[in-house]
Structures are given as C-alpha cells and as structure tokens.
Design a protein around this ligand. Structure first.
Ligand code: F3S
Length: 116
C-alpha cells in the first residue's frame, strides 16, 4: 500500500505534507506533488497536514480519482530529481483554486512549462 496525492492538490501545492514525511517520499512538479509509492511507508502523517484533503491511502482513493494512483507512480519517476522534504510557499493563486474540483486538465507534468 501507499498514499496517493489526488486532484485537489493541483494549482494549490501547499507542501505541508512534504515537511512531515519521514522518508522523503514526495516529489514536486510545477503545480502538484506526488508520492513515490516505493518510498512511502504508509505512516499516515501527511494526510492531516493537507488543507485540501488531497491525500488518500491507495485503497481509499475516490473512484473518480483512481487514475491518480498510476499517475503518482509515473510522475514520481519523471520528477525523481525533484525531492521535496520541506514546506515552501503555496502557489500564488491558491485562493482561486482551493476547493475547485476536476483540475486534472490543469496539471503541468513537465518542469519545462511554467505554473499558471
Ligand atoms: Fe498538495 Fe496538500 Fe501537499 S495541496 S502539496 S497534497 S499539503
């Protein structure tokens, strides 16, 4: 089992989650974080830290976000050089995006693109 970051994180990226991870399992993208499922030790520490309630155990991910399980694994490989283990400023337009649903189309997968 591993924990999974889902849709509510997109365009918010509060990063409180990464600061409490004891094994540095978080990887950072331009406007989203993921958890490397091979690093996660299922400690549960990150879940309560996320104000967007974006993090779930993989067997409790809401049905509409099940693709985020594979996405976390895929992007944790692509962002392997972007380990994040401390909190930083959330994204500047967080107030505009917090609580919005279905943000998948706004996910930026490449560091070559800038956050919007
Ligand atoms: Fe994202 Fe929540 Fe962490 S918004 S960066 S999963 S604290």
């Amino acid at each position: 089992m591993a924990y999974v970051v889902t849709d509510p994180c997109i365009q918010c990226k509060h990063t409180n989650c990464a600061a409490v991870c004891p094994v540095d399992a978080f990887r950072e993208g331009p406007n989203f974080l993921v958890i490397d499922p091979f690093e996660c030790i299922d400690c549960d520490a990150c879940v309560a830290e996320c104000p967007e309630e974006a993090i779930y155990p993989d067997d409790e991910v809401p049905m509409e976000w099940e693709d985020y399980i594979a996405l976390n694994e895929q992007l944790s490989e692509e962002w392997a050089d972007h380990v994040i283990n401390q909190a930083k400023e959330e994204l500047p337009n967080v107030d505009q995006w917090s609580g919005k649903e279905n943000k998948r189309e706004h996910l930026i997968e490449s560091w070559k693109e800038k956050p919007v």
